[in-house]
Design a protein around this ligand. Structure first.
Ligand code: T5A
Length: 219
């Protein structure tokens, strides 16, 4: 499925959908914030988004689960994470069509990798994600699980366990596609930041020639 982009008869420059992914504590939140500041400083319309969005009804259920305050079976929490993205899909499309670049901290790749790492079938995990908007750029912040575990405040949430994160890393590798750029997340912050800035500017520039498309429809 592809989307045409006309606004009052004129082709509008659209924003880019830029996703940062990686294991827990790899530095996504830090780098998303830095990228948004950089793009704003360059006069580009940009917003910071994150999944799960813990402020919606589904997000509150997810947050309660992640902080071990409630129990849900693996399929149920998987579908809640997906619903948490679907409830933002229309807004996401409107923002992108109107020229706003979205820098998103986690997306469907987290959804599939974390649930598959629990033993759920990858194809089953991908199914509810089909039809969400496909990112223009996925920056994967690559870090050894052991190194991420040494970073501050590790271990407070449900999935922050070393053996589990090793399994998640395995499934992330399976999902790597043409939109992915892998960056060594153990480098100093500024070096990572510079690489992401370059990739983001290229993506914002090149996405003008590509209509929005849907994720994993052919899988
Ligand atoms: N999940 C999520 C699913 O199972 N399914 C889904 O569909 C989705 C969307 C919550 C959990 O939900 C799971 C995945 C997660 O387990 P979250 O709220 O994004 O997801 O939780 P975290 O990934 O754990 O987010 P964090 O904010 O904790 O980690 P970040 O964002 O990766 O890391 P950040 O930037 O906060 O940095 C962590 C620490 O490292 C330092 C920072 O200063 C900070 O102290 N740091 C560095 N140190 C040295 N060198 C660098 N280059 C550094 N970069 C950052």
């Amino acid at each position: 499925m592809q989307f045409e982009m006309y606004n009052s008869g004129h082709v509008t420059k659209r924003g880019a959908l830029i996703v940062l992914e990686g294991l827990d504590r790899c530095g996504k939140t830090t780098q998303c914030g830095r990228l948004v500041s950089f793009l704003e400083g360059n006069g580009l319309p940009v917003e910071a988004w994150r999944f799960p969005d813990r402020n919606t009804d589904t997000g509150r259920m997810i947050s309660s689960y992640l902080t071990n305050n409630s129990e849900l079976d693996d399929q149920t929490i998987h579908l809640l994470f997906s619903a948490n993205r679907w409830e933002k899909r229309s807004l996401m499309e409107n923002k992108l069509r109107n020229g706003t670049t979205l820098v998103v901290d986690r997306y469907s790749y987290s959804g599939v990798s974390f649930s598959a790492a629990k033993g759920l079938n990858v194809k089953w995990c991908k199914a509810p994600e089909k039809g969400l908007i496909a990112p223009d750029l996925v920056v994967f912040l690559d870090i050894l699980p052991e190194e991420a575990a040494r970073r501050g405040n590790y271990g407070f949430e449900r999935y922050e366990q070393l053996e589990f994160q090793k399994n998640v890393a395995h499934y992330y590798r399976i999902l790597n596609d043409a939109t992915w750029k892998v960056i060594d997340a153990s480098l100093p912050l500024e070096l990572i930041e510079n690489q992401i800035q370059k990739l983001a500017l290229e993506s914002i520039d090149s996405c003008q020639e590509k209509p929005l498309s849907s994720l994993w429809l052919d899988d």
